[in-house]
Write a protein that binds this ligand. Structure first.
Ligand code: ARG
Length: 478
């Protein structure tokens, strides 16, 4: 396909290998629609300027609308989608096509297209995040009373519930949402009218162009608008933050489903077996999910490296950053769908989980009891509870031994072994957790319900944003 813009200073055709090497046509698939919309808007702006006739603009828009309806594969030898659109339009409606680059460069057009697509994908991702958070919250309510250990330093730390752990992940994912909202804000700024680097003498109506495409404002510096990619870094950082949470919960499922922990069982649909050891039930989905933070981090790092080594105006390096963004979305989208399934299907091995919380796991409760009920200073109570735990672990705790420990520390309270076991009972301990935010089922359920309510509002907002955006673009086709 002949490139219209090569009639510039160059006389020779480009080396085919070099053309393929520098082309973005394979990954421009992602911004195909968005680029077509940008060009439709530009035709209308040129019409408004009086550079092309109403009729040429209408016919041009008709050709471009057809491109939307009948998507074509870009030939690999074409430099990019922008050149493809211009070439096609020049053939069909020369008056429109041959003026398409007036006041518009690929440098501003590509940013506009990326932002339009990024907005769509971010809205979609937020919906998926909401699905995942909802799955976690619903399960956390269901399992709010399922006794389950929590760990610090990967040592049994306290009795809690399975629901409490899922709730923690829900909150962690929920807290990533504002970063995506920030990304959406970045996508509201139109670069159009910036042309290649310094703006243009063509008196384009930037506001009009922006509004046609659903942007809410226009950039304040053409150099920044055309060649900054911090908005991509922001988006990928948000994705990375979510991926970190995903990888972390995946790690937890891998660990807990191992026989050594034996606390949960991953549903068969998301597990695999070994080709040689038929007894194996490998948590392969969780294993792959565990890699996603690393994968997204790699993609983000390469974008940061590309961007930080550039002078301020556009260079083709920037083209190479864009596909990393879409790959990062891809990683997250597939993971979020599977995480929602995992969360719904993983089952708790209740007896083992309860057993893992048995005394002395709640040893601190003995210390708390001595301090709160008997006024023993906490540090001393902690020491006593420590010694009692040791006796328990060694199965040497008797009323006599207990009395001895208390006496050694000058703690004059009447306490028997059965009372100690009652104090450290995991079910009772969890019910006695007194503070908001604790693993007490009442606190978990209350917070989960509040967050579920917030999610309804967030979903409404997302739907509204998507609808307004789709309608705005739809108007361009009339
Ligand atoms: N394909 C390019 C990209 O994705 C479009 C901008 C090319 N600009 C240029 N002057 N060659 O970034």
């Amino acid at each position: 396909m002949g490139a219209p813009h090569r009639k510039g200073v160059l006389r020779k055709e480009m080396d085919p290998e070099a053309a393929a090497y520098t082309s973005s046509s394979t990954f421009d698939r992602e911004i195909y629609e968005a680029t077509v919309y940008v060009n439709i808007a530009h035709l209308r702006a040129l019409e408004k300027l009086g550079v092309i006739s109403r009729d040429a603009a209408d016919r041009g828009v008709a050709v471009l609308s057809r491109m939307l309806r009948e998507r074509v594969e870009l030939p690999p030898d074409v430099e990019d989608i922008h050149i493809y659109v211009e070439t096609l339009l020049s053939k069909e409606v020369p008056e429109a096509g041959e003026n398409l680059a007036l006041g518009k460069s690929r440098n501003d057009a590509v940013v506009a297209a990326i932002k339009i697509r990024l907005r769509e994908r971010t809205l979609q991702l937020c919906r998926q995040l909401a699905d995942c958070i909802q799955a976690l919250l619903e399960k956390s309510v269901e399992e709010s009373a399922t006794i389950f250990p929590v760990y610090t330093h990967l040592q049994r730390a306290a009795p809690a519930t399975y629901g409490f752990i899922l709730h923690a992940y829900a909150v962690r994912l929920y807290k990533t949402l504002p970063a995506f909202r920030k990304v959406l804000e970045e996508c509201e700024e139109s670069p159009l009218g910036s042309a290649a680097v310094a703006g243009t003498t063509v008196p384009l109506d930037r506001q009009y162009l922006a509004e046609l495409l659903g942007f809410r404002k226009t950039g304040v510096n053409a150099l920044e608008s055309t060649a900054s990619r911090e908005f991509i870094i922001m988006a990928m950082s948000a994705l990375l933050t979510a991926a970190v949470v995903l990888s972390s919960i995946a790690e937890e499922f891998v660990l807990y489903s191992s026989e050594e922990f034996g606390l949960v069982e991953v549903q068969e649909e998301l597990a695999a077996t070994s080709s040689i050891m038929p007894q194996k039930r490998n948590p392969v989905v969780a294993e792959v999910m565990r890699t996603k933070a690393a994968e997204v981090m790699g993609l983000l790092t390469s974008v940061e490296q590309i961007v930080c080594r550039m002078p301020s105006g556009y260079s083709l390096d920037l083209q190479q950053a864009t596909p990393k963004l879409w790959s990062a979305f891809q990683e997250l989208e597939s993971s979020l769908r599977l995480l929602a399934k995992l969360v719904k299907g993983v089952s708790v091995r209740r007896e083992r989980a309860l057993y893992a919380c048995m005394p002395p796991v709640a040893a601190v409760e003995l210390a708390n009891h001595l301090t709160l009920k008997h006024g023993i200073p906490f540090r001393k109570a902690h020491t006593v509870a420590g010694q009692v735990s040791r006796l328990m672990a060694e199965r040497r705790l008797s009323d006599e031994a207990l009395k001895q420990v208390l006496k050694e520390h000058g703690v004059e309270v009447g306490l028997g072994v059965s009372e100690v076991f009652e104090i450290m009972d995991p079910v009772k301990t969890v019910e006695r957790y007194a503070v908001e935010g604790s693993a007490n089922p009442r606190h978990v359920v209350k917070s989960a319900q509040e967050l579920l309510g917030e999610l309804v509002k967030i979903r409404e907002w997302l739907e509204n944003e998507s609808r307004v955006f789709r309608e705005t673009l739809g108007l361009l086709l009339r």
